[in-house]
Design a protein. Structure first.
Length: 269
């Protein structure tokens, strides 16, 4: 056995996050996808526990954008997340990798220390270590050796992976970690991200690339919330609301990083 591998599957820079397609216009979704991926890659590299860090995607622009001395790229052959992980497992097995950690590309709060903890759990072989998402998925999964269970990503994948590992008689561990469990799929997730990390936004790519007043990033979110409309200050304190109205919101992120929530037919709160 040789080194530990980390693999990040990416559907594509423009194909990912389809649930946000009606909310983020133009290049905004691509900017978001790139920012999330940058933060995940940064944490993996800084952890220094992986000898190989690899992106796999059918979108060759992912490789052009992120390939470096520390990050390799594999062109995906099959279709879908499970096929991507299977392909990575085959390559890791051929190269005699000790383990393979599949990391989803939309967990911006993950830290380098989280990957160190992941690798330290349990015996060195015949194990599965997972971090479930808050929505029942599997945000991070280490398998040793690679491919010791088949990937079953999709709805409720965590329970499927857990059951498969138990049936196979493997050592199986689950990490309870709110940073890893939080992922970005919807506008509500973006709002929750703002709430969680407003005090540290300036330290990560999400701030510099997405919530950036300097670059005039405009995010138009069209989602109905069951809450009064109002105005959020991205630096984390101020909220002025108009009670009693449901919101079909459009948000503008601009200097000084205010999230303006418009009510009804475009009337400003």
């Amino acid at each position: 056995m040789t080194d530990n591998w980390a693999v990040i599957p990416v559907k594509g820079l423009t194909e990912s996050k389809t649930r946000l397609s009606t909310s983020l216009q133009g290049d905004q979704k691509r900017i978001l996808v790139e920012a999330l991926l940058e933060d995940v890659l940064s944490s993996i590299i800084r952890s220094r526990v992986y000898g190989t860090v690899m992106l796999i995607s059918p979108d060759e622009s992912v490789g052009s954008r992120f390939r470096s001395q520390e990050v390799s790229f594999l062109k995906q052959i099959g279709v879908g997340l499970n096929r991507a992980v299977e392909q990575a497992n085959r390559l890791a097995t051929q190269k005699h990798a000790r383990s393979l950690t599949t990391v989803l590309a939309d967990i911006p709060l993950v830290e380098a220390g989280d990957f160190k903890e992941l690798l330290s759990i349990g015996p060195s072989v015949r194990k599965v270590v997972m971090a479930p998402s808050f929505k029942g998925g599997t945000n991070v999964m280490l398998t040793s050796p690679p491919g010791v269970i088949s990937p079953s990503y999709g709805r409720w994948s965590y329970s499927k992976h857990l059951r498969q590992a138990q049936i196979s008689g493997l050592n199986v561990y689950s990490i309870s970690n709110s940073r890893i469990s939080f992922d970005i799929d919807t506008v509500s997730d973006l709002m929750e991200l703002r709430r969680r990390i407003y005090s540290r936004l300036s330290r990560n790519a999400f701030m510099s690339r997405f919530f950036s007043a300097r670059h005039g990033r405009l995010a138009s979110f069209h989602e109905t919330y069951g809450r009064p409309c109002g105005k959020f200050d991205f630096w984390g304190s101020r909220f002025t609301h108009n009670p009693g109205r449901s919101t079909s919101i459009a948000t503008t992120i601009s200097d000084p990083l205010l999230l303006e929530v418009r009510c009804g037919r475009g009337r400003r709160s």
